[in-house]
Design a protein around this ligand. Structure first.
Ligand code: ADP
Ligand code: MG
Length: 502
């Protein structure tokens, strides 16, 4: 097996504006960058300055048709290759992406407003990890022998589904894309990825880079709006699986279409993740955990955001004061500036939505502790900056504690009794993640058993890792992503073969 690092034949471009212009108006279909069939495009806007930085191809049913045709052609030959060879090529994609970390980080910052140092560089850095990880798992696409009868050899084997449609959101597009496409490809499928309308260019760049290594057509990328481009992808008769990350509302639409076609789906949807801080918790660690858990550096734009923080009455005021001081010390500013901790909200629609929730929290009687300071630079005045808000005085029944905000707004809710905290933490339609902070071993263990969430953590708040299964219960979703099981369960089907030897 070769281990040499494949050099990407594409030169990394550190000027994100120049790169955005080069990528403008294109899909990747059949191994080539091509305009939309209609020739239409839509603007890609830098949310920190409000300027148009490029265009994206406006994908529609005709583009889906072309991508499916290319994928169908490439998939058969790909599936016939030895699994380890597929794995080697996918791992090579990961290594090639490493040379592009800085350019990808800058491009993602330009189109999403996420801060370069605290967010985008981290995301671009872990992108390659998922490709390398799944590439190495190729030999694990194993079947079983079944002890049916001594004269009937019975075995199972894992086979690819065929064409996988991957629909991704804008908050962490590169990482979420990698967790979908890397296992799908290693398992022998072809993939069509549809980017989110807010963040199409960095995704296209990743596709262009890995297209240097993978056979043409095996991997295709479309940009466009949900109803115009996502819906026909889900509905296409030759697409055999959809893996989707986005809102609950859209997840339901995707699931309905998939149900008509009787195809499997993986859905990673919203969250309203509880964080429980008991009276004995190490307060500084819990406060730091709230900062990462709430993803303040990503303006709270995370489905796992710790947006309900239950704090014991005896430490409540202290916790809130320390949390506020920490968020106050975070710098809001130009997302491309190395000094910036917190960038902007992604789009005017999200900006309005977040402002609406802040107003609603005040109207419900909450106290808004507004943190940090808006940037003052003139060039950033059109920027979609929202000062983080810590609400106190709200209950778990308030709108802010029930609905996903997807912004830098969290509710600190006071409790007196451990049982009450667990009950309230579970009193939500969501079940993506939960954390508990305590040094009481019995309570910590008890909480891991009783919290209704796909991921429960004690005294830490780690983000998604490629080898740790991730996904929600209740309306937070269906199926798991990341890990070996995700590749086996979601991107293959199991064929049983029986051989009568008598
Ligand atoms: P958001 O609220 O952030 O826009 P969505 O769930 O609407 O979240 O978007 C997540 C992804 O789903 C995006 O790529 C979007 O274009 C896509 N999408 C939106 N509507 C549909 C739809 N009807 N069918 C398929 N995909 C859709
Ligand atoms: Mg949408």
């Amino acid at each position: 097996m070769t281990t040499a690092t494949p050099a990407s034949p594409l030169t990394p471009t550190l000027d994100p504006h120049a790169l955005a212009r080069t990528l403008s108006g294109k899909h990747l279909i059949g191994g080539a960058l091509v305009p939309a069939a209609s020739g239409r495009t839509f603007d890609v806007v830098n949310p920190a300055r409000g300027d148009v930085v490029g265009q994206a191809a406006f994908g529609e049913a005709a583009d889906v048709e072309a991508a499916v045709a290319a994928a169908a052609k490439a998939q058969k030959e790909w599936a016939r290759r030895p699994a380890r060879e597929r794995g080697r090529l996918v791992a090579d994609c990961g290594r090639a992406l490493q040379a592009h970390v800085e350019e990808l980080a800058r491009l993602i910052t330009l189109e999403t407003g996420k801060a370069l140092r605290t967010e985008s560089r981290v995301e671009a850095g872990v992108l390659s990890d998922s490709f390398v990880f799944y590439g190495g798992l190729a030999p694990e696409l194993k079947g079983e022998t079944v002890p049916f009868s001594p004269t009937v050899m019975t075995i199972t084997q894992r086979e690819p589904i065929g064409i996988v449609g991957a629909i991704i959101p804008w908050n962490v597009p590169l990482l979420l894309m990698a967790l979908k496409i890397a296992p799908a490809l290693v398992a022998g499928n072809a993939v069509i990825v549809k980017s989110a309308e807010e963040a199409p260019l960095a995704v296209l760049r990743v596709c262009q880079i890995i297209n240097q290594i993978l056979p043409p057509g095996l991997f295709n990328m479309l940009s466009g709006f949900g109803p115009d481009c996502g819906a026909p992808l889900v509905a296409h008769p030759k697409v055999g699986k959809i893996t989707f990350t986005g809102s609950v509302e859209t997840g339901r639409i995707v699931y309905r279409t998939a149900a008509e076609k009787l195809i499997p789906v993986t859905l990673e949807l919203g969250g309203k993740s509880p964080m429980i801080v008991l009276a004995d918790a190490d307060l500084d660690k819990a406060v730091a955990g709230a900062i990462t858990g709430m993803r303040f550096t990503r303006q709270g734009q995370s489905c796992t955001a710790a947006s309900r923080i239950f704090v014991h009455r005896s430490i409540h005021d202290d916790f809130v004061a320390r949390l506020k001081a920490k968020v106050d010390a975070m710098v809001m500013g130009d997302p491309l500036d190395e000094k910036t901790d917190i960038g902007t909200i992604v789009s005017p629609q999200q900006f309005e939505k977040v402002q609406g929730y802040i107003a609603a929290g005040k109207a419900e009687g909450g106290t808004a502790h507004t943190c940090s300071a808006l940037p003052t630079a003139e060039a950033l005045s059109p920027g979609l900056f929202v000062q983080p808000v810590i609400f106190t005085g709200l209950t778990n029944d308030s709108r802010l504690a029930r609905e996903e905000i997807f912004g830098p707004v969290t509710c600190v809710i006071v409790f007196d009794d451990y049982e009450e905290a667990i009950t309230q933490a579970n009193d939500t339609e969501y079940g993506l993640a939960a954390t508990i902070w305590t040094n009481d071993l019995k309570k910590a263990l008890d909480a891991t058993q009783r919290l209704e969430a796909g991921l429960v953590q004690v005294n830490q708040n780690l983000v998604v890792q490629p080898n740790i299964s991730y996904g929600g219960v209740k309306t937070s979703g269906l199926g798991k992503e990341a890990s070996l099981e995700a590749m086996l369960e979601h991107f293959t089907h199991k064929k049983t073969i029986m051989i009568n030897m008598a």
